[in-house]
Write a protein that binds this ligand. Structure first.
Ligand SMILES: Nc1ncnc2c1ncn2[C@@H]1O[C@H](COP(=O)(O)OP(=O)(O)OP(=O)(O)O)[C@@H](O)[C@H]1O
Ligand SMILES: [Mg+2]
Length: 426
């Protein structure tokens, strides 16, 4: 039997009452609930309007999640669910599937599961409105410093100028004041150490490391994301010194076009306002990372914002040796010439090298199982693993090529062009 619609007379009466009193949230929620089973999209409009008045209204959020899901707007439904979760709505009704509440940098952590320092202490920092911990950012205090980062001399120099020297010297901060404002945007092919480097900077500063996935901030709806961003910056100020790290900054540009209305624009505007409101004396250092700097909203690259670009390239020979040693440090290893291996692995990223070490270890394990004797990883394992490992950065350079050649305003990509020319990648 088809679902019985709500009484039209009741709907008309409620609609009329709402017209007289458009600000009445209870009235609107009542009407939305009646409409939900038969006209989810109109119900959603009412829930959205109610949330505009009361963004943290749990009933409205719950209804909006259901209405959005019933209208086929799964991403939007997920946004509401995350808000609900953020508001500590533990008891979820059966028909509202629980959101996994992914932390912002989970993807990064998954990548680093075998490669990054696993002993980092993680800790959630509550927002200043004493709400439950937000799922999209967290503070990390890595026991990691720049000495663990192989190579990258030019990038380290930029970081020293932008962060380390000013933080260590109040006199420098005082003297150069405004010119020290602004953030550093790391860009380059995947797996070459952008996130690793940012963590090391935090370690170097003895500062907390706050990772923010814009993607998650943007999934929120109706003004709540702007507020959330503001909370994050406020919290960063209270936890200074700290490094505020926007991983995958380009996600914002991409997401913006997917969002209806002005929500994405508002979030960017909020971010711009927060960045502009910073003074270097506050001890908050803003860094970003992206594989696609050309997708980053240009407003974010203006002076005082992410105005310094640093290219993070695949590691050179010396860096590869350091990276190999790092990833083999806890594994039984025969006498091997890591320098020779480093020389033979030109073009591999840090992540590729981590994978190579993993593969070599698997070969040694296989042998141990077959022979019943536990032996170390030897030259042959490493050589075989090397032959199996393809550089993962080629595709990136192919894409980057066109942007570097044809969208190089203000010499933005000069470093990249020089590198590509040198390696005959152009
Ligand atoms: N220069 C380096 N020195 C030491 N280790 C490195 C270096 N570069 C990369 N690595 C290793 O490779 C891993 C992957 O690097 P990371 O996740 O920082 O890359 P990324 O540039 O952020 O990649 P993506 O663009 O995919 O986010 C790191 O966890 C680290 O172990
Ligand atoms: Mg990264």
């Amino acid at each position: 039997m088809p679902e019985q619609g709500p009484d039209p007379a009741l709907i008309a009466a409620l609609s009329e009452a709402l017209e007289r009193d458009p600000g009445s949230v209870p009235l609107r929620l009542h009407l939305a609930a009646l409409l939900l089973p038969t006209d989810a999209s109109t119900a959603l409009e009412h829930y959205a309007a109610a949330l505009e008045g009361e963004p943290a209204n749990v009933d409205a959020l719950r209804g909006a999640a259901q209405a959005a899901a019933a209208s086929g707007l799964e991403q939007r439904a997920e946004g509401y669910r995350r808000l609900l979760q953020a508001l500590g709505e533990a008891a979820q009704p059966k028909d509202l599937p629980a959101s996994p509440g992914r932390p912002a940098n989970e993807a990064g952590d998954a990548r680093e599961a075998h490669s990054g320092p696993a002993e980092e202490r993680r800790e959630r920092v509550p927002s200043h409105r004493e709400q439950p911990a937000t799922p999209w950012w967290e503070a990390v205090e890595p026991g990691l410093t720049l000495s663990a980062v192989g190579g990258m001399e030019e990038v380290k120099r930029k970081i020293n100028l932008a962060f380390l020297a000013p933080l260590r010297s109040p006199a420098l901060r005082e003297a150069y004041g405004k010119s020290l404002r602004g953030g550093l945007l790391l860009y380059g092919p995947p797996g070459c150490g952008k996130t690793f480097l940012a963590r090391a900077v935090a370690g170097e500063l003895g500062a907390r490391f706050l990772v923010i996935g814009l993607q998650d901030v943007l999934d929120l709806w109706l003004g709540e994301s702007e507020r959330r961003l503001h909370d994050i910056f406020e919290s960063a100020r209270r936890h200074a010194p700290c490094v505020l790290f926007f991983d995958e900054l380009d996600a914002m540009g991409q997401k913006r076009s997917q969002l209806r209305g002005s929500a994405g624009r508002n979030v960017i505007n909020q971010l711009l306002a927060e960045l502009d409101g910073f003074s270097p004396n506050q001890g908050v250092f803003v860094m970003g990372a992206t594989n696609h700097p050309w997708d980053v909203d240009v407003a974010l690259l203006r002076p005082g914002r992410f105005d310094r670009l640093a290219l993070v390239l695949p590691p050179d020979t010396a860096a590869r040796e350091v990276i190999l040693a790092y990833h083999l440090r806890d594994r039984p290893l025969a006498q091997v010439d890591l320098r020779a291996l480093a020389r033979a692995t030109e073009g591999l990223s840090g992540a590729d090298l981590a994978r190579l070490c993993e593969a070599a270890a698997e070969l040694a394990i296989e042998r141990a199982l077959a022979t019943d004797k536990v032996g170390p990883i030897d030259v042959d394992d490493l050589e075989q693993a090397r032959l199996q490992t393809r550089p993962s950065t080629r595709g990136w350079f192919e894409t980057a090529r066109n942007f570097a050649l044809f969208a190089n305003q203000g010499g933005l990509y000069d470093d990249l062009l020089a590198y590509m020319r040198e390696r005959r990648l152009l």
